[in-house]
Design a protein around this ligand. Sequence first.
Ligand SMILES: C[S@@+](CC[C@H](N)C(=O)[O-])C[C@H]1O[C@@H](n2cnc3c(N)ncnc32)[C@H](O)[C@@H]1O
Length: 235
Amino acid sequence: MSETSYLSSVRASYDAVAVDYARLSGADLDGRPLDRAMLTAFAECVRGEGGGGAGGRVVADLGCGPGRITAHLDALGLRAFGVDLSPAMVAVARRSYPGLRFEVGSMDSLDVADGVLGGVLVWYSTVHTPPAGLPPLFAEFARVLAPGGHLLIAFEAGDRRARLEHAYGHRVDLDVYGNPPDLIAGLLADAGLAEVARLVRRPGAREAGPQAFLLARRAGDGERAAREAEAGGAR
Ligand SMILES: C[S@@+](CC[C@H](N)C(=O)[O-])C[C@H]1O[C@@H](n2cnc3c(N)ncnc32)[C@H](O)[C@@H]1O
């Protein structure tokens, strides 16, 4: 499947399920304390509470769907906005959270300047991306993050490949990809996003396998220069 047809299938599928997805997934975080713990840690890192953050800048929730996690970030005190490929998802998000900003867009080419975001959240929104499509996405995330900015990515751990033809009571046309956490950590590192921490938990209700949450950070300018000087000295 070409990249264009993969994105148009994802868009059409999420347009079809948007209202029911929002209804059925709305309270998911309530029963998932470990997921909430990672989101809280992410929020504190973005605010710079552990040192080395990017100074409390704006955070993008990429592939925000109906906006439930964007709203959670807002409740954690972050200045968050959402971006999603699906216009129907964005319409649901705007209706549900009129005080927050949501835009239609694709996370492979964001309408965001270089190095301006304090954080990027990618909450199960790369699960339909074929493995070969991940490196350019991760490069785009690194491009928009400020030095010291943090990224949190949630995904199914493992190497499951599945084809979804029905979801949330609708016909869809989606491939679902699990990924080994080491693979994701390595690809993020290649993009300049170094792993800070990871959590892998057992599957919960309506989950097919273990779930992974990986926190990474873009190096600060000073740190990068020091590393380059060190590498130069070692030659
Ligand atoms: C499994 S849903 C997760 C939604 C949301 N993060 C949540 O947890 O409620 C995946 C979402 O990612 C979006 N998505 C997938 N690929 C995208 C892309 N290239 N750019 C923007 N959004 C994308 C889909 O439209 C869908 O809303």
